[in-house]
Design a protein around this ligand. Structure first.
Ligand SMILES: O=C(CO)COP(=O)(O)O
Length: 250
């Protein structure tokens, strides 16, 4: 059994505005005093400064939803890890399935992004997960292993200072959650893969993401290898997100 605190991370995706963010973050700051888990909100880049200010002095950590693999220069539209650090960013999601799907991000690119984030003191939240077609064809294990291997095996050495998020694509935004048993099965595989590569596998947070909500969080988080959640829709409502945080604090 792992002793580490759970990590509950919200992924706002492309949602929010100055007014709504203000209300949401104030409610989270007020509601998480003394929370017994780690908490993060991954916000759209234009709102990093706003949320950094609002969360100051609280338990909330700040996250970005992506990071460039480049350091600086002529890369229009990109946001560098050094820029994120200036706003106190602690985490950056890399390889979310929406970026793999809509922006053609490959395993190699995701690995480069993770490496760049780490070099700047930002912990990458590396997303892996199979599509419905891949699951139905019996390829879940092969897909998630390939996606994780690309990030942890770099030039002959292992990168283990990461957070892993298992997000089955068929469960994202669909209201169709993986059962705790289905999720645990994949998390155990990922843990085994990490253990084969590093002595620190037990320390790595493996989060579940995909329609996690106030009602199903506790049963998912009770699984041995589920160390937290990466929460989309339900992280936009303070009351729901706070209930998930409460479940992660037990
Ligand atoms: O993609 C997700 C988090 O990164 C999950 O999104 P939902 O919680 O909205 O299904």
């Amino acid at each position: 059994m792992t002793q580490k605190k759970k990590l509950i991370a919200g992924n706002w995706k492309m949602n929010g505005n100055l007014e709504a963010n203000d209300a949401l973050v104030r409610a989270l700051v007020a509601g998480t005093k003394g929370a017994a888990c780690e908490i993060a909100v991954c916000v759209p880049a234009p709102y990093l400064a706003q949320v950094q200010m609002l969360k100051s002095g609280s338990a909330l950590e700040l996250g970005a939803q992506d990071v460039s693999q480049h350091e600086s220069g002529a890369y229009t539209g990109e946001v560098s890890a050094a820029m994120l650090r200036e706003f106190g960013v602690r985490y950056a999601i890399v390889g979310h399935s929406e970026r793999r799907q809509y922006h053609g991000e490959s395993d190699t690119l995701v690995a480069e992004k993770a490496k760049t984030a780490l070099a700047h003191g930002i912990t990458p939240i590396v997303c892996v997960g199979e599509t419905l077609a891949e699951r139905e064809a019996g390829h879940t294990e092969e897909v998630v292993k390939r996606q994780l291997a690309a990030v942890i095996h770099v030039n002959g050495h292992c990168i283990s200072e990461i957070v892993v998020a298992y997000e089955p694509v068929w469960a994202i935004g669909t209201g169709r959650t993986a059962t705790p048993e289905q999720a645990q099965q994949v998390h155990a595989l990922l843990r085994k893969q990490l253990a084969a590569a590093t002595a620190h596998a037990e320390r790595v947070h493996i989060l579940y993401g995909g329609s996690m909500n106030a009602a199903n969080a506790a049963s998912l988080l009770a699984q041995q290898d589920i160390d937290g959640g990466l929460v989309g829709g339900a992280s936009l409502k303070a009351a729901d997100f706070l209930q998930i945080i409460a479940a992660g604090s037990r």
